[in-house]
Write a protein that binds this ligand. Structure first.
Ligand SMILES: *[C@@H]1O[C@H](CO)[C@@H](O)[C@H](O)[C@H]1NC(C)=O
Ligand SMILES: *[C@@H]1O[C@H](CO)[C@@H](O)[C@H](O)[C@H]1NC(C)=O
Ligand SMILES: O=C(O)CCC(=O)C(=O)O
Length: 344
């Protein structure tokens, strides 16, 4: 760590006016930014206002439809106060603006650590790096992890914990709605997650002099159950829809939600865990904060029995989530998801 050479990308870029060779993707694997479609209207925006009222079944139906056709949707009137959103974004940005020495207190390249600052995706195994630094936190149960979090900026723990409690609440409401949309018991998915887990990444993408050569994060699907994405106003997320990359523009104070691999498995492929990626901006830094709502490691997954019949045979074998995670991290980020390894 004390080699004199910057460990984090954010400390390297202050001295680079070009993309160093270890960040450059082969020509065939570049983002081809000129071919990316613009988003407007391509991802459904769902109003959660009446989710707990008499209109529940129609909102549940909209959520199910979005999971089936897009694998992604946006939500408004989600119950997370604007000041919690603003506070989380601003304290996250402040963290990445602390001195290198201060940030490196949390540096580790060991992916098994429950709290760590690192760079790219998995520096130990990858051949090409990604244009990203990230702080990864475990968030549930909060009291087991919060003492490991950065204590600088001084309000970091309090602000981020408040966001985590809210994001968990929203995740649970959405998981209930998704269960119902599959005609499963309301708590079916929640029970399938066993003791539940909640992880968060605070992604920091510094400005990049040549965005067409590299990724913030290359295409991947999420291995967990459901992901809720908070982001600032700099675009960067792209989602694969009908074999074309679509750039998603943020609507202020909404969240982007996507289905992870475990819900695709439970749904026996009725719902889709869709590839997405992050590209970087020439002039502006970007912050994105996904909450990964997860099973605990002992949870066992397979298609829900009520979704299997002669016309819809079980597409996956049963497996433990711990096995899935191990395959995911060894596999690296790749355009084929890990789901193929668990097919019947
Ligand atoms: C239910 O949905 C209808 C149609 O979208 C809307 O007009 C009505 O205000 C909603 N009712 C409640 C209680 O949210
Ligand atoms: C992270 O840094 C804070 C200081 O900001 C320190 O108290 C905490 O123990 C560190 N956590 C880990 C896991 O290194
Ligand atoms: O930065 C983004 O918008 C996407 C982040 C993401 O996909 C991830 O962290 O897994």
């Amino acid at each position: 760590m004390a080699t004199g050479k910057p460990v984090l990308l954010s400390d390297l870029v202050s001295i680079a006016s070009y993309v160093p060779s270890n960040y450059i993707r082969p020509v065939s694997a570049r983002p081809k930014l000129s071919e990316v479609l613009s988003s407007d209207g391509s991802i459904p925006l769902i109003d959660l206002q009446g989710l707990e009222g008499p209109n529940r079944s129609s909102i549940v139906g909209e959520i199910g439809q979005a999971c089936q056709t897009h694998g992604f949707f946006q939500v408004k009137n989600h119950g997370i106060p604007n000041k919690v959103i603003d506070g989380t974004l601003s304290v996250s940005k402040e963290f990445f603006h602390l001195t290198e020495r201060e940030r490196l207190k949390n540096y580790s390249d060991d992916p098994t650590k429950t709290t760590r600052l690192s760079t790219s995706f998995n520096v130990k195994t990858e051949t090409v790096s990604s244009w990203r630094d990230f702080l990864r936190l475990h968030c549930y149960p909060l009291e087991d992890y919060i003492h490991e979090w950065p204590s600088n900026p001084p309000s970091f723990r309090e602000d981020v914990a408040e966001y985590c409690r809210n994001a968990r609440e929203l995740s649970l409401r959405l998981l209930e709605a998704i269960s119902e949309s599959l005609c499963l018991e309301t708590d079916y998915i929640s029970k399938a997650l066993s003791k539940h887990g909640q992880h968060m990444a605070v992604n920091y993408y510094p400005p990049c002099p040549q965005p067409e050569l590299t990724y913030g994060l290359p295409a991947h699907a999420d291995p967990n159950a459901i992901t809720i994405l908070l982001q600032d106003d700099v675009p960067g997320l792209q989602v694969l829809q009908n074999d074309k990359w679509v750039a998603i523009n943020r609507i202020p104070y909404t969240f982007i939600v996507n289905i992870g691999d475990q819900i695709q498995v439970i749904s026996n492929d009725r719902y889709r865990s869709v590839l997405h990626r992050a590209v970087v901006d020439r002039d502006r830094e970007r912050i994105s904060i996904p909450t990964f709502y997860c099973p605990s490691h002992d949870a066992v997954f397979g298609p829900a029995p009520s979704l299997i019949d002669d016309d819809h045979p079980a597409l996956y074998r049963n497996f433990a989530y711990s096995e899935y995670c191990q395959k995911f991290w060894n596999h690296g980020l790749a355009t084929e998801t890990c789901l193929g390894m668990f097919k019947n």
